[in-house]
Design a protein around this ligand. Structure first.
Ligand code: FAD
Length: 425
């Protein structure tokens, strides 16, 4: 299924540039959220985005209450309402036998316990909602087809060079925020060792209309609208409805058998489906039937940053994947990008006159949070991909541990408010 193209007609600034403005590189999830949060605090924001169209194929996102509470405050959740789905539960099942292991109620619980909904949506729909909201704010300017290429700090702030079509422009601001994603130029320009590392695993993504799902697969689905995760040796599969529930988004994560170390090898499209389905040969028949129905599967090689790094220079800070690209096992990459944006705006709003101390407290609080989330992702990885006796032990724990204990274990993650006081984080 092809994602809707967000119509990004080349637009130029209509606002008179303010040398105290905050310049943001990248109109992804982190950059747009930051711009909205800063705009609420009265800052002028200039975003430069290198692309002319923003689209991603078959990419769904789970957004937990720690992210949706922030989207709600920014007026974005309302815009996302008709394109997103609120699942009733998160269900864990065994990928080979299909056995149900855990039913974690999330629908009402999220709102009652953590104060905001748990939703699933398409990434393009989230980006579209953020973009539409940003365009409605007079103190946010967005310039497209504009790649930030260089920057230079001086006593008055920061001078930023932007490649706009075939010419170079210079823009002045008080601060530059690199929200330019996993391949961040701003990060790698500082040090070659800061590049994202290939994990040797691939996330295979596809989406299938509900009416085209094979019956054998439908039999594996628990009743209701849910996020379902199937676990298996070295692999897992996640399914959830997006686009108002008409389409099921699938993400299957498995080792890269082609050459786990050489990430830049082209994946041969002829062999894609065969190689991929072979990885799941021992899995339940219903899942294999669905995998054949789900063609094409788009491979997405997974990268992660070894070290989380926010503050780069006095007038340059990174947020989102640029600072801490992470594997998707905790489903928190976009949520952390949203938290970063709101937390940075809160720090600047509180201590905006003192850039250095605002950025230092932001960086230390966020590094602490990201480290904990990455640790949770690593734990999920172990649990999802366990095999042999480890898998048996996992299944016993999942079957027998009271659900309330699992729910409690998410309080620190889903109950977190990134805009809360910094000294409490
Ligand atoms: C398989 C998979 C599943 C995932 N599932 C989830 C999930 O369920 N829940 C969740 O929360 N997260 C999930 N994530 C993670 C999530 O998608 C990312 O963490 C998130 O999109 C990062 O947002 P960002 O704004 O930092 O970067 P991006 O969204 O990558 O945005 C960066 C932007 O910067 C622009 N740019 C780049 N260079 C420049 C430049 N020099 N000048 C100007 N602009 C530039 C790019 O064009 C782009 O628009 C998943 C990721 C993967 C791979």
């Amino acid at each position: 299924m092809k994602a809707a193209l967000i119509d990004l007609k080349t637009e130029r600034n209509r606002r008179i540039p303010n040398p105290d403005q905050i310049i943001v590189a990248g109109a992804g999830i982190a950059g747009l959220t930051l711009a909205l949060a800063l705009s609420e605090k009265g800052f002028d924001v200039q975003i430069f985005e290198k692309s002319a169209t923003l689209a991603e194929i078959g990419a769904g996102l789970q957004l937990s209450p720690n992210a949706t509470r922030l989207l709600d405050r920014l007026g974005v959740l309302e815009r996302l309402k008709y394109a997103s789905v609120e699942p009733q539960a998160i269900c864990l099942q065994d990928g080979t036998s299909g056995e149900k292991l855990l039913h974690f109620p999330i629908g009402n619980q999220a709102k009652e316990r953590w104060g905001a909904p748990y939703i699933v949506c398409h990434r393009a729909d989230l980006q579209n909602a953020l973009l539409t909201q940003a365009r409605s704010r007079p103190n946010i300017a967005i310039q497209l087809q504009s790649a930030v290429t260089q920057h230079k700090a001086d006593a008055g702030g920061i001078l930023v060079r932007v490649q706009y079509h075939d010419r170079i422009e210079e823009h002045r601001g008080a601060l530059l925020v690199g929200a330019d994603g996993v391949w961040s130029n701003m990060r790698t320009a500082m040090s070659d060792t800061d590049r994202a590392r290939y994990t040797g695993t691939i996330a295979w993504r596809s989406s299938v209309s509900v009416d085209q799902l094979p019956e054998s697969f439908k039999g594996l689905l628990p009743a209701g609208t849910n996020v379902v995760a199937w676990t298996g040796a070295n692999a897992h599969l996640i399914a959830y409805p997006i686009r108002s529930g008409q389409v099921i988004n699938f993400v299957a994560v498995a080792p890269d058998r082609q050459d786990g170390r050489r990430w830049n090898l082209q994946i041969d499209p002829e062999n894609i489906s065969q190689n991929f389905i072979r990885e799941f040969a021992a899995w339940h028949q219903g899942i294999r039937d669905m995998m054949r129905a789900g063609r094409p599967w788009t491979p997405w090689r997974l990268f992660e940053m070894k070290k989380c790094r926010f503050k780069i220079e006095d007038r340059l800070v990174l947020i989102g994947d640029a600072a801490h690209a992470m594997t998707p096992y905790a489903a928190q990459g976009a949520a952390m990008a949203i938290e970063d944006g709101c937390a940075l705006a809160a720090a600047l709003g509180t201590d905006g006159a003192k850039w250095d101390s605002a950025l230092a407290s932001f960086s230390s609080a966020r590094t602490h949070r990201i480290t904990a989330v990455v640790r949770r992702g690593a734990l999920n990885h172990l649990a999802y991909h366990a095999k042999g006796p480890m898998a048996l032990a996992r299944n016993i724990v999942l079957r027998n541990r009271p659900v309330e204990k699992f729910v409690k274990g998410f309080d620190w993650l889903y109950g977190f408010d990134a805009e809360g006081p910094f000294d409490q984080k």
